[in-house]
Design a protein around this ligand. Sequence first.
Ligand code: HEC
Ligand code: HEC
Ligand code: HEC
Ligand code: HEC
Length: 170
Amino acid sequence: MSSNRTPIAWTAICVVLIVGFLYFFYTPPATDIGAVQPIPFSHRLHSGVKAIQCEFCHPYVGRATYPGIPPVEKCLYCHTYIIAKHPQILKEHAYFDTRTPTPWRKVFYVPEHVFFNHQRHIKKAVACAECHGAVETMDRLKGQKFMMGFCIGCHRERGATLDCWLACHN
Ligand code: HEC
Ligand code: HEC
Ligand code: HEC
Ligand code: HEC
């Protein structure tokens, strides 16, 4: 490299270091907390403190591809009696009365071309927490996009299929 290019190289290195520094120290903490939901539903309170089973609200998890998010009727099953006048519960009543599905924001997903089926995993007793973390300790769920390395890592450990191009991609 000719000597008059050296300052350019140093400038470039400094820019990379500064950007790296800012990225690590100033990434907004919100990305670590999880998406704001239309109703501040807390898994920590419901599954942790009140010990309501996951399957009570996500009943299709062992039987179908998609576990589903509970419809408002499920919330009102309890909340018609429990803290019925709480402003957030009144919001649920408004959704119910207008037949509007609660606009929950999806937080876990796989890339579009990947097919993921819960049933097979639940049948083999893979715990929810192995993929979703300790949900019962979280107020707001932190989302995650599951990339292939995540699937393959566990499949290798458990001796499940590694033939992902056939089994998981559509
Ligand atoms: C099996 C019963 C049950 C079901 C089903 C249930 N909840 Fe609750 N929920 C509770 C109990 C118990 C509390 C605590 C009430 C208290 O503070 O006295 C609570 C508290 C809450 C609170 C108040 C939290 C706070 O910060 O004070 C909100 C909001 C809430 N639930 C939303 C929901 C939504 C939304 C659903 C449906 C997806 C739902 N709940 C389903 C039992 C239930
Ligand atoms: C009282 C009902 C209730 C119970 C019990 C419950 N959930 Fe949920 N779950 C919900 C609601 C409502 C949402 C949508 C709002 C949200 O993401 O917080 C949800 C969302 C989720 C999602 C995120 C889906 C997505 O991609 O957005 C996962 C994963 C999940 N629940 C796992 C669990 C697990 C694991 C348990 C047991 C430890 C559990 N849930 C117990 C009501 C419940
Ligand atoms: C082997 C990993 C794995 C296990 C075990 C697992 N999940 Fe999931 N879960 C996923 C993936 C991946 C997605 C995103 C799937 C998608 O977008 O199609 C997901 C999505 C969800 C959703 C959102 C579904 C929707 O319709 O948006 C809920 C709710 C959920 N899981 C609940 C559970 C519960 C409850 C358990 C335990 C009984 C569980 N999961 C066990 C990997 C797993
Ligand atoms: C924590 C461990 C774990 C993770 C993570 C995991 N799997 Fe699995 N998976 C298993 C186990 C164990 C089996 C074996 C089931 C059996 O033997 O029937 C399995 C089976 C499968 C099968 C069925 C294979 C067959 O031969 O029928 C598919 C498809 C699959 N997984 C896709 C995925 C995808 C896609 C992901 C990532 C989004 C994923 N898995 C993440 C543990 C895991």
